[in-house]
Design a protein around this ligand. Structure first.
Ligand code: IPM
Ligand code: MG
Length: 361
């Protein structure tokens, strides 16, 4: 198979973790005889520095042409006080919108070998296996009007949380399809006791769910969900939610699994004529500038994102399973980075990447 992949390393530890993810991708391509073509592009702060904009046209063009895009991380502290449209993050948001990747899949699993790294007691977190389906191209991240106006006591800021019926329907269908291949339960998260936006969300989810009579649907308010994630994470199978709630809940979910460095994500949109999903693959963690360039970032979120790419964009289930099982075996071997608190000396970013390739064989 021909695999055309665009790599956007981005900022901070993005370069280090994508380097290891690419190492694994090359290894898989070699082993299964796929022809891998890699291109590189600029996104985020590095793109601002080199071109003046966080999402250069060239990057958008390359991403639309590629079969799949692998992203590292975006964001640097020097932009902390910049307005949202001048920040590195805007590049990522623009790319998600351009590609139309409206569903962001974030699997949260408690690996047995990582139970000790979870902040929760082992008996609480053990057996956790959920996937957060976060709406990714709508809601308050994109709604208008937005902005800051006025000055002095008159200064005010506005953001708008907006969803249309079709936007809710398509991500709901994605969640229910996924639930069909899992434990057949969807928990839809909203704040319908306060927000009209959430009232529409809940109503459309209920109506769309009728297309999937075999799947159980429940609703939960977002504040309660934040609590249930730490009280009883095992109760969740597929968690369906809007953009900002999903952003917040997925960081919480990530750390249940031991470290945010572990969490991969797949952002997918509609299918291309070839049948492949349009896909942007990105670890959930940020650019972690405090540890950038030190070869100590955990590359497993990025490596897991490669597994997701193989599965969703290329339909290569065996290859994806081989990567995921290599992750499990490397975790068991204890060759892990410092964030996972290994008993012995922590492994470096590239040692973990090499260990994954060796485990794939
Ligand atoms: C994420 C990140 C991004 C988001 C930032 C970097 C814009 O936090 O993917 O979770 O908020 O979506
Ligand atoms: Mg986030």
């Amino acid at each position: 198979m021909k695999l055309q992949v665009l790599v956007l390393a981005g900022d901070g530890i993005g370069g280090e973790v994508t380097r290891e993810a690419v190492r694994v991708l090359r290894h898989v391509a070699g082993k299964w005889n796929h022809t891998l073509t890699l291109t590189e592009g600029l996104l985020g702060a590095v793109a601002i520095h080199k071109t003046g904009t966080p999402l250069p046209d060239e990057t958008a063009r390359l991403a639309e042409a590629a079969d799949a895009t692998l992203m590292g991380a975006v964001g640097l502290p020097e932009f902390d006080n910049a307005p949202p449209d001048k920040r590195p993050e805007r590049g990522l948001l623009g790319l998600r919108q351009k590609l139309g990747v409206y569903a962001n899949l974030r699997p949260v699993r408690a690996y047995p070998s990582l139970l000790g790294s979870s902040p929760l007691k082992n008996d609480r977190v053990e057996g956790t296996d959920m996937i957060i389906v976060r709406e990714l191209t709508g809601g308050i991240y994109y709604g208008t009007p937005r902005g800051i106006s006025g000055s002095g006591a008159e200064e005010r800021a506005v953001n708008t949380m907006t969803y249309s019926r079709p936007e809710i329907e398509r991500v709901t269908r994605m969640a229910f399809h996924l639930a069909g291949g899992r434990r057949k339960k969807v928990t839809s998260i909203d704040k319908s006791n306060v927000l009209e936006n959430s009232q529409l969300w809940r109503r459309v989810v209920i109506e769309t769910a009728r297309e999937f009579p075999a799947i159980e649907l429940e609703h939960m308010l977002v504040d309660n969900c934040a609590m249930q994630l730490v009280l009883n994470p095992r109760r969740f199978d597929v968690v369906l939610t809007e953009n900002m709630f999903g952003d917040i809940l997925s960081d919480e979910g990530a750390v249940l699994a031991g470290s945010i460095g572990m969490l991969p994500s797949a952002s997918i949109g509609d299918r291309k004529p070839s049948g492949a999903w349009v896909g942007l693959y990105e670890p959930v963690h940020g650019s972690a500038p405090d540890i950038a360039g030190q070869n100590k970032a955990n590359p497993l979120g990025a490596v897991g994102s490669v597994a997701a790419m193989l599965e969703y964009s290329f339909g290569l289930k065996d290859e994806a399973a081989a990567v995921n099982s290599a992750i499990e075996r490397v975790l068991q071997s204890g060759k892990v980075t410092a964030d996972l608190q290994p008993r012995g000396k922590p492994a470096t970013t590239d040692e973990v990447g090499e260990a994954i390739c060796a485990a794939i064989g």
